[in-house]
Design a protein around this ligand. Sequence first.
Ligand SMILES: NC(=O)c1ccc[n+]([C@@H]2O[C@H](COP(=O)([O-])OP(=O)(O)OC[C@H]3O[C@@H](n4cnc5c(N)ncnc54)[C@H](O)[C@@H]3O)[C@@H](O)[C@H]2O)c1
Length: 320
Amino acid sequence: MSAIELVGGRPVAIVGAGLVGAGWAIAFARAGLTVRIYDSNQDTADASLPWAAEQLEALHKHGLLGDAPDTVKRRLTVVQTLEAGLDGCAYVQESVLERVDVKRKVMLEIERLAADDLIVGSSSSGIAASAFANDLTISPRVLIAHPVNPPYLVPVVEIVPSTQTSPQAVIFVDALMQAIGQSVVHVRKEIEGFVLNRLQAVLLREAWALVRDGVASCEDVDKTVRDGLGWRWSFMGPFETIDLNAPGGVADYAARLGSLYYSIAKSRTGEGPWEPELVTRVEAERRQYLPATELASRRAWRDDRLMSFAAIRSRSGSHE
Ligand SMILES: NC(=O)c1ccc[n+]([C@@H]2O[C@H](COP(=O)([O-])OP(=O)(O)OC[C@H]3O[C@@H](n4cnc5c(N)ncnc54)[C@H](O)[C@@H]3O)[C@@H](O)[C@H]2O)c1
């Protein structure tokens, strides 16, 4: 079923139009949906339109847009109130700050204004929906739909129901996300950081520790991922990687190298927070490679690379 059929021709809403919310707007509009954009900061909401127009032109240039950029842009509207945003909507993608109090307040407002069948997906990076969306009339229709930034270029989305989310809401969001071209991961139990950020957390914990202990420079840690692990990870996950890295597959790999990984894991049980002195060192090294004044242009460069990569992936498929 198409995305338009799934929402019954009704609009979808973005609540919180920062980095991620504005990116979601493009992902929905690209699939043909009418999108209302609301942010409590009107300037942020207004800025999302010219920014989206630029991204749509770039997507078009890379052959990643089915319709003309202007056609897709016309599907986007900025609204001035949450009420106007939610009016008649089938789905809302909440993308406000990553704070329990802010998300709870937004859920209370949505509960007051929402139609009886509105489904609510939250972009939360790691806070479970039970922490801010339980014991409301809308609770059965709220779940986490956690993207990677930017959602219109990196397809994965983690669907994490709360303890009160209905199975029907999970089925709907799964279908909607697939219909707009996202790759759905189901997180079966609420856990801080879900799957994606827990995996990222392990890698970052080790990266900081290796630099702290003088084992390698930041650049050499980055190079190890950029020119090593990342090559395979761009098209296969860690389990498939190790399945292919021993003659007899994953069980053979575990027999050969399980004790090494266990020994490494035991050596990192007492890790503390990222200490300010270490952060200063890493910041200084990064600024040698990339001055702070060039962060924005490097982000644009990253997105251009992602678009080239997305174009290759859309031609070859992710598994072939
Ligand atoms: N940045 C990322 O890489 C990333 C990736 C995946 C998920 N997320 C998650 O997405 C959410 C948004 O993150 P972001 O990076 O876009 O943050 P951001 O700071 O860029 O945007 C948040 C926006 O929410 C708005 N806002 C705050 N309170 C509001 C309210 N009551 N009503 C409407 N708008 C309100 C703010 O004005 C701001 O524009 C967070 O939960 C974050 O963890 C972020």
